[in-house]
Design a protein around this ligand. Sequence first.
Ligand code: 5GP
Length: 220
Amino acid sequence: MSDSATDNSGFIDIRRRGLMLVLSSPSGAGKTTISRRLLELEPQIALSVSATTRAKRPGETAGIDYHFVEPTEFNLMINRGEFLEYAKVFDNYYGTPKAQVAKEIARGRDILFDIDWQGTQQLAHNAREDLVSVFVLPPTTRELERRLHTRAQDSAEVVAKRMAKAADEMSHWAEYDYIIVNHDIDSSVESVRAILRAERLRRQRQIGLTDFVKGLREGQ
Ligand code: 5GP
């Protein structure tokens, strides 16, 4: 593969390395909606599909929302070193399989991760250069509670547990590169897109620059 290519408009498209965009938040802060919109609007992003031991919820599709696996299978995946990161969240295990991520990043595609703070810490440790982390906060506690109840996919007991867990999750906000308070979905989506746009221009991600500048200096 060459380091740069000319696109249809005649502009040089400088080859770049993909980035790993993490969106974390307590459940109900709007992260899933933001992720969905982002995937519609940004064709260069692929969603990392996690493996989990939790049961499938109504409306979820295996292989698209998650790879639903038995605890024994999850353990085997850990032992085979197949995860980029994994963590116990609530009462279940969640993990990011390595294979898809490595492939997409090398191709210059970005990957979106919907993972918690524990997973983000592991990615910061293993792949800091590729990581861009964003934490989404709800505008108020009351709004968070309202969204969790409206969703109503989980039992009241689970909702109560998630509310309790939200305070703990939010205490990790300062470990993230960017913070978005989700007052309004449209503007939150635009904020994430602005972050993406700037981060894609980072010098270390534009791996085709050396050849591009060499060409410029040689008058090509
Ligand atoms: P849910 O069960 O609502 O889909 O997800 C519960 C929590 O697990 C969310 O905070 C979500 O971000 C997190 N999560 C989902 N997949 C992963 C993963 O692969 N790794 C980690 N560390 N957390 C995950």
